[in-house]
Design a protein. Structure first.
Length: 642
């Protein structure tokens, strides 16, 4: 796991930015604390910071150049089936000088160019420079586990693993009003867009090729030609399975076991996250078959018993005979790390559970360098509350009519994420709102925390202005394109995989783990598992009796029975308590203070006042998440834009 960065210059103006690559390296040190280096040739400069995991020798450091001196790679991630391809490369007459996956990937590209991507099972973002062609090849893994951002103008292409590295290389910082509008609804910005107008995220499963050869018509000016849009090399297969349900379970168990085994390859200490939920428990149960005394890690919340799942994590650890460690945290421990998280976020990102991932990664890194996680299962197999709600919406569930009848009452009942009944009222109210919408709009509303109309009232920028409105609708339409009138709930899962997974869940894990120099591997996102998941009918994943049906059934023999008699409980950071105590002055006297809001001229001061009033009332509802999104944005804006 590493950090990568680079600048491809199209003319002499572009080359003037080359010295900034040193600042990029500095900004990516946490992603790669073990080594760093820079490569430069003609119109190309590449940089790499290394977290050594496979072949930790200096020979495997990057940027890495092949024996001929023609191709140079910077690679972030892991390529798990690299050993299978070493013999193929040798048969082609090439001699490998390391035991690294990086060198295997470099030679596969040398032999097969972009076709090599079909061979890779892993997660990655990488760039390969061809000195002879003077071309640059960029690619990202199938599901967006590893980030890849780039900026393009007439002079240069600048790319990096993180936004902070792009900013360190001097890109223009012009905020995108449409991205901000989307962020305030979803609490993150879906790809390919970013908070800056000309910065894009390379979409999962795509590659981009840049031609840097000097124009034959104007060699003296240093003019260079560029490429077209990114091209897809992978699309999830959605061919219906003909297996019976028992055979589906057997197949899933086999694929997951193989996926976990692939992800146990490491030359440094390895462990696994263990939350006590089904997903991480499955990973631990499978991994413990192949690793004696597997290191497992949980966090408990002493002050928040509603969210403490260590009881179930301990049961799994005992069942699997793992070397288990529990980090028991107080609310003070959480708060002490809050500003570390805010400081590391380099694009507005307001999933508050990032705090728990940050602390878990920080503690786990003291013991191991690599950790397995259960991420991805909820999106693929229907694990979220919104999936259960959508199932009810589509299947005429009896509760649906009752909730719609009670909708006027639900609006006035106290709603809060921080109490059992307040959260239930909040969920029922959202369900009633969604039932009034068509499938696409319902998905969008349930994926977010605030409606379009409410966000429009908040922003000074006029989002009804023709150009911005058209841009927003185009982006939204693209994100929702897979939800169709004649489709089923698999369309919702597929949209989650394309939008929520890379935009929110994987971004959270990558940022917070890399802030602590920890590599996290996700067995549920092996492409063979994903392709199989989307061959299954909805009935194998979710029905009247529950969510993630096939996971629960396929792995029941491996897990304690107690896990099957509890509700899914996602962690909630105690934001409301902090907003009314430790963080109150940050809201009232700093980031959301009237004078600052007025001078900043991004938000309407009256709308922010109303939101603060709601936050401090007896019925805060979704204002907690909305205020957190504003705090994250304002903190980011003060740090990077002022």
């Amino acid at each position: 796991m590493c950090g990568i960065a680079g600048i491809a210059a199209f003319n002499e103006n572009g080359k003037k930015f080359f010295p900034q690559i040193h600042h990029a390296v500095q900004s990516l040190q946490r992603r790669g604390p073990d080594a760093n280096n820079i490569f430069s040739h003609n119109n190309m400069v590449l940089a790499h910071t290394r977290l050594s995991v496979i072949d930790t020798s200096a020979a495997a450091s990057q940027p890495m150049t092949d024996a001929s001196g023609r191709f140079t790679i910077v690679f972030n991630g892991e390529f798990f089936n690299f050993k299978e391809h070493r013999e193929f490369i040798k048969q082609k007459g090439y001699k490998l000088s390391t035991e690294s996956d990086t060198e295997v990937l470099l030679y596969l590209y040398l032999i097969e160019k972009e076709k090599c991507l079909q061979r890779l099972n892993g997660f990655f973002s990488f760039a390969i420079y061809d000195q002879e062609e003077e071309s640059l090849f960029l690619a990202r893994d199938r599901f967006g586990v590893k980030p890849f951002l780039y900026y393009l103008d007439d002079d240069k292409l600048v790319f990096a693993s993180e936004m902070k590295a792009l900013m360190a290389m001097g890109i223009p910082k012009e905020t995108d009003d449409v991205s901000l509008f989307t962020y305030l609804q979803l609490n993150y910005i879906p790809g390919p867009d970013s908070i800056f107008k000309r910065v894009k995220k390379l979409l999962p499963g795509t590659f981009l090729k840049i031609n840097l050869q000097t124009s034959s018509t104007d060699k003296s000016s240093g003019s260079f030609s560029k490429t077209t849009a990114p091209l897809a090399y992978y699309t999830t297969k959605r061919t219906a399975s003909e297996l019976s349900y028992p055979d589906q379970q057997k197949k899933l168990a086999e694929l997951m076991d193989a996926s976990v085994q692939r992800r146990l390859i490491s030359d440094v200490p390895l462990g696994a996250f263990l939350s006590g939920g089904i997903d991480s428990s499955v990973i631990v149960a499978l991994a413990s078959r192949h690793v004696n005394k597997l290191n497992t890690f949980s966090i408990g919340f002493r002050d928040e018993p509603l969210f403490d799942e260590t009881k179930y994590a301990n049961l799994v650890a005992q069942n699997c005979k793992t070397n288990h460690t529990v980090f028991s945290l107080s609310n003070d421990d959480l708060f002490d790390n809050l500003f570390n998280v805010l400081d590391y976020i380099d694009e507005p990102f307001a999933d508050s559970s990032a705090l728990a991932v940050y602390i878990l990664s920080k503690q786990v890194r003291k013991h191991v360098t690599v950790a397995l996680s259960g991420d991805g299962a909820d999106e693929l197999f229907g694990g979220y509350n919104k999936h259960a709600a959508e199932w009810r919406a589509r299947n005429g569930y009896a509760m649906t009519k009752a909730v719609l009848l009670l909708a006027p009452l639900l609006k006035i009942l106290p709603q809060s994420r921080n109490s059992k009944y307040g959260n239930k009222f909040r969920q029922l109210n959202r369900f009633a709102e969604g039932m009034k919408l068509d499938a696409k709009e319902r998905y969008w509303r349930w994926a977010g925390f605030e409606s379009e109309e409410e966000v429009k009232k908040m922003l000074v920028a006029d989002l009804s202005e023709k150009t911005k409105s058209k841009e927003y609708q185009q982006r939204k339409s693209t994100l929702l394109q897979h939800i169709t009138h004649e489709g089923d709930l698999n369309d919702v899962f597929y949209t989650d995989m394309k939008m929520v997974l890379p935009g929110d869940m994987l971004t959270k894990v990558d940022l917070m783990s890399m802030a602590n120099s920890l590599e996290v591997r996700t067995p549920f996102l092996d492409y063979e598992v994903v392709d199989f998941a989307f061959s299954l009918p909805v009935s194998s994943k979710i029905d009247r009796d529950g969510r993630k049906k096939i996971i629960r059934d396929a792995f029941r023999p491996l897990l304690p029975e107690e896990l099957y008699h509890r509700n899914k409980q996602g962690f909630e950071v105690p934001l409301l308590k902090w907003f009314r105590s430790e963080l109150k002055s940050l809201i009232t006297d700093d980031l959301l203070e009237d004078r600052f809001i007025t001078e900043q001229n991004i938000f309407h001061v009256d709308a922010i006042r109303l939101l603060k009033q709601k936050l401090f009332s007896s019925n805060p509802s979704e204002s907690v998440a909305q205020v957190w999104a504003l705090i994250v944005f304002q903190y980011w804006w003060k740090k990077n834009m002022k």
